[in-house]
Design a binder for this molecule. Structure first.
Ligand code: GUN
Ligand code: ZN
Length: 434
């Protein structure tokens, strides 16, 4: 038996042909809208008074009043074993990794810890309205398996992979090129394409993988060309110098990964802050993605992502929280900090329409998942959030003085956070944390 549910409320989403160059002209907004879902997929989205006529007698209608229904948010870069190390005081990247992050990830060798950690992380994503994320697990095969189990239990669209690191990490996080290959392969065979789950080859970053291990990453990518590939790129200037000294034969940081065949349409480069024009060009030409992680870049003092240049050079951009370098699971807070970065640079400022594009349809396009998620076209998987634009006294007060949709969206991303997420639906079903 099929189940049809209709959700009534304000509806905002981007149309199928939307892109970052015309995000402001390519959305649909229905003030009194209706989203019809059948068996976890979108049937229609449009004006409620029209669509209500099409419903069979007895169809369940959930009325969200004035609340705003949007596609589920997409976080393209975060670390599931790092929630316990968020807000680590006082260091920049390389010292911070040693002082806070590696110890936090080592604890994931314990399967009990790995399960509570994964469950907490995924529930926290959903509580913040994020229904799709690309995640770095720890280097442990079992912890990564547990992460996939927990994502499957929530029916989330999750991309994830075991981190690869065979040098310059503590013993408890160190693999070998052989074990990296075998463990990744086992996880790929078990999880990639199972339900809504997808696998990402995940070398942590060039400084913690030997050439032999980067070779393994390239081999996996050749053997499974449809897999995702995620790593860090040019986040911090000391890191960039370190990569130069470790790979003197490479043209630049991106070229290290290029050498091993790791660039392409499903490749996500976390941060991409300190890049040359050549690197941006190569990212654009290969269809790779730069994941912009503003709360992390500010928190770790890494730098300010060059949005104007990335956009000008047609590089695919998406947003990431980078938990635990980032300081919030909320994609609204992430957008607010992103805007501030562009305000400091004082060039092309991030507009509200571009911002919400980046965490919905644009994020889906960046992950090559636009045929499955990201908007409310018929047949899409019904991941969505219901946003309360009056979730705090300040939001309610400020909203009274807005006149346009652009203004309301900008106020929402600037003042909103997890409190603005009234409900999160995954494949048509409301998520309720246990
Ligand atoms: N570079 C290498 N590993 C990491 C990590 O875990 N977090 C961040 N922000 N940068 C990294
Ligand atoms: Zn990261």
């Amino acid at each position: 038996m099929t189940t049809v549910t209709a959700h009534r409320g304000a509806i905002f989403h981007y149309k199928d042909d939307a892109n970052l160059q015309n995000a402001a002209d390519s959305y649909e907004y229905f003030e009194d809208g209706m989203l019809i879902i059948e068996d976890g997929k979108v049937v229609a989205a449009g004006e409620a008074p029209k669509l209500i006529e099409t419903l069979a007698d007895g169809t369940t209608i959930i009325d969200h009043g004035d609340q705003l229904i949007m596609p589920g948010f997409i976080d393209t870069h975060a670390h599931s074993p790092q929630a316990g190390a968020i807000a680590g005081y006082g260091e920049q990247l390389l010292e911070w990794l040693k002082g806070y992050i590696f110890p936090s990830e080592e604890k994931f060798s314990d399967p009990v810890h790995a399960r509570t950690g994964a469950a907490f992380f995924l529930d926290e994503l959903l509580r913040n309205g994020t229904t799709t994320a690309s995640l770095y697990s720890s280097s442990h095969k079992e912890a990564t398996d547990i992460l996939f189990q927990e994502a499957e239990a929530r029916n989330m669209r999750i991309i994830a992979g075991k981190s690869l690191s065979d040098r310059d990490v503590p013993e408890g996080l160190r693999d070998t090129p052989d074990s990296a290959y075998e463990d990744s392969k086992e996880l790929i065979e078990k999880w990639n394409g199972k339900g809504r789950l997808l696998y990402a080859i995940t070398p942590r970053f060039a400084p913690t993988s030997t050439k032999e291990e980067l070779e393994v990453a390239g081999r996996l990518k050749r053997e499974y060309p449809d897999l995702y590939m995620q790593t860090h790129l040019a986040e911090n200037l000391h890191e960039v110098e370190l990569v130069k000294s470790l790979f003197p034969e490479s043209k630049d940081y991106l070229d290290v990964y290029d050498h091993y065949g790791l660039l392409g349409k499903r490749t996500i480069f976390g941060h991409s802050v300190h890049l040359s024009d050549r690197e941006f060009e190569r990212i654009a030409e290969t269809g790779s993605v730069a994941s912009w992680c503003p709360t992390s870049n500010f928190f770790l003092g890494s730098g300010i992502f060059d949005y104007a240049r990335a956009k000008r050079m047609n590089a695919m951009i998406a947003m990431g929280t980078d938990i635990g370098g980032g300081t919030s699971f909320s994609m609204l807070v992430t957008l607010s900090e992103a805007y501030k970065g562009t305000a400091i640079r004082a060039e092309t400022k991030l507009s509200a329409f571009d911002a919400f594009y980046l965490i919905t349809y644009g994020g889906a396009r960046a992950l090559s998942l636009e045929n499955s998620i990201g908007n409310f076209s018929p047949g899409k998987e019904a991941d969505f959030v219901v946003l309360d634009l009056e979730s705090t006294p300040l939001l309610r007060y400020r909203m009274e003085y807005t006149k346009t949709l652009a203004e309301r969206l900008f106020v929402l991303m600037t003042l909103g956070d997890d409190r603005a997420v009234a409900k999160t639906y995954v494949a048509g079903l409301e998520h309720v944390s246990k």
